[in-house]
Design a protein around this ligand. Structure first.
Ligand code: NAD
Length: 441
């Protein structure tokens, strides 16, 4: 694995942190692109480093337990092109470096799609088993969605109070991410009373946006459709397989099935299903809502979630976890194209392995940008008090994805580089120019 920069000594930010920044998908991509673009090691480091990272302790009153303590990270990566933008992740495994990586990815995503936001992210560690235990309950046998919602909304209330001034200044604009939902965003709005301080607000709350829920899946489906259009194939003759059947995966499947494409496999955290003749997407969506998993859907053969990589299909859509396409899984892949629905499904070790196999990858920063494009619209229209049509929002996402793909493909061809590399270069150029003109670098 290569170094972030060629300089042997730790960077200034690493000296302050007193630890090296780990090499990740985005640091490797930024480093390689920066060298191709003639940036100095110093410039590459400044594009990689965050502008601010806050580690926050959030104490949440609990009727039974006195107080619950949560720890989180607010990573503000870059605001040269616009306010820090990024979701609030509530999960048991978040840490500073993962949150920073996701914030960096937001900077690149907004820049490549021409959305006037920068990149930020929040990660708060929520360990449900110990929260249940502290309340005298067992996580495995007494799972209670109402209880989890009450705790997470109380946590959100505390978080919104704590970061209120950052939000009120429109400096950082949060949105839902893993573990949080529009209901949590309503809590932020209650605290700031400004609809432009938060996106992903629930239906009927001032400044909400029709189409926001399905925006990312819609965008992923448009990226797939574009690939098929360029390959001169009809969707009805094409197949796809999905890893993850949550918000992004199930909506992408819904829109692709509407175009006549055949879903041959879908897996989630609990199981998987396969049928070479095609799976009924709407039936599977209902089944998942009822049972909590794709597993055991009638008319399909069960598969292990790990078997998804080997499924023969035209397009594989990873829409679940980060870092799953690695040196180990690339040789198993049975697809011709990967459209990245999830953030960073290709790990650094998978980048070169994929190039060797000549598998086209449509990068996450374009393919899953539908959510942030919708957020841009929600933010800008928040104070208009005027309802906007869902079709307008979806049309806007299609246009952004198409034009970002146009530019990335043109550069990729011109320089004989991959689409992922081209998209990173376009994003970096835009961020660098904005930093330069604002005298940040
Ligand atoms: P979600 O929680 O709605 O769904 C996640 C799905 O992945 C579920 O079906 C879950 O069972 C499955 N899953 C989890 N672990 C798995 C594993 N080990 N193997 C197979 N499946 C597994 O989440 P989402 O909102 O659909 O987001 C999915 C991914 O897309 C995440 O990486 C997220 O960061 C990214 N993303 C989401 C949005 C958005 O608007 N929701 C926008 C951009 C990127």
């Amino acid at each position: 694995m290569e170094e972030i920069t060629s300089a042997p000594s730790p960077s200034a930010v690493e000296q302050v942190l007193h630890c090296p920044l780990p090499q990740t998908r985005s640091t490797v991509m930024i480093s390689r692109a920066g060298r191709r673009m003639g940036f100095s090691p110093h410039q590459i480091r400044e594009l990689t480093a965050p502008s601010e990272v806050r580690v926050v302790r959030l104490s949440v009153p609990s009727p039974k337990r006195g107080v619950m303590i949560f720890w989180g990270v607010v990573a503000l990566h870059n605001m040269a092109c616009g306010p820090y933008k990024g979701g609030v992740r509530l999960a048991s495994d978040v840490d500073l470096h993962e949150t920073l990586e996701l914030a960096r990815l937001m900077t690149l995503k907004c820049a490549v799609t021409g959305v006037e936001f920068g990149g930020g992210k929040t990660g708060i560690r929520v360990e449900w088993p110990s929260i249940y235990e502290a309340h005298g309950r067992d996580y495995e046998t007494e799972r209670d969605r109402e209880f989890e919602l009450d705790v997470s909304l109380a946590l959100m209330q505390r978080y919104a109070m704590r970061l209120r001034s950052l939000f009120k200044r429109h400096e950082y604009i949060p949105a839902p991410d893993m573990g949080s939902s529009p209901e949590h965003m309503a809590i932020v709005f209650n605290e700031t009373l400004d609809p432009a301080t938060v996106t992903g607000k629930p239906e009927n709350v001032q400044g909400w946006l029709p189409g926001r829920r399905e925006a990312t899946g819609w965008g992923v489906s448009r990226a797939v459709m574009r690939v098929w259009r360029e390959q001169h194939v009809e969707p009805r003759d094409c197949t796809f397989a999905l890893q993850g059947f949550g918000n992004v995966g199930s909506w992408a499947a819904h829109f692709l099935a509407e175009e006549g494409a055949r879903m041959v496999a879908a897996v989630d955290a609990l199981g998987g299903v396969y049928n070479a003749d095609g799976i009924d997407v709407e039936g599977l969506r209902e089944h998942t809502l009822e049972t909590g998993s794709v597993a055991d859907f009638p008319g399909t053969v069960p598969i292990d979630p790990e078997e998804i990589y080997g499924v023969e299909c035209d397009v594989f859509i990873p829409a679940a976890i980060a870092g799953c396409i690695t040196e180990r899984t690339v040789p198993q892949l049975g697809c011709k194209v990967i459209v990245e629905g999830a953030n960073m499904p290709v790990a650094p070790s998978g980048i070169d392995a994929l190039a060797d196999r000549d598998i086209l990858v449509v990068p996450d920063i374009i393919a899953n940008s539908g959510g942030v494009v919708a957020s841009m619209e929600e933010y800008s229209k928040s104070l208009s008090a005027e309802a906007i049509a869902r079709e307008t929002v979806l049309g806007m996402i299609t246009d952004r994805i198409e034009s970002a793909m146009d530019r990335a493909e043109e550069l990729a061809e011109e320089q004989d580089i991959s689409l992922v590399e081209a998209a990173t270069e376009i994003a970096m150029r835009r961020v660098y120019d904005a930093m330069r003109v604002r005298r940040f670098i």
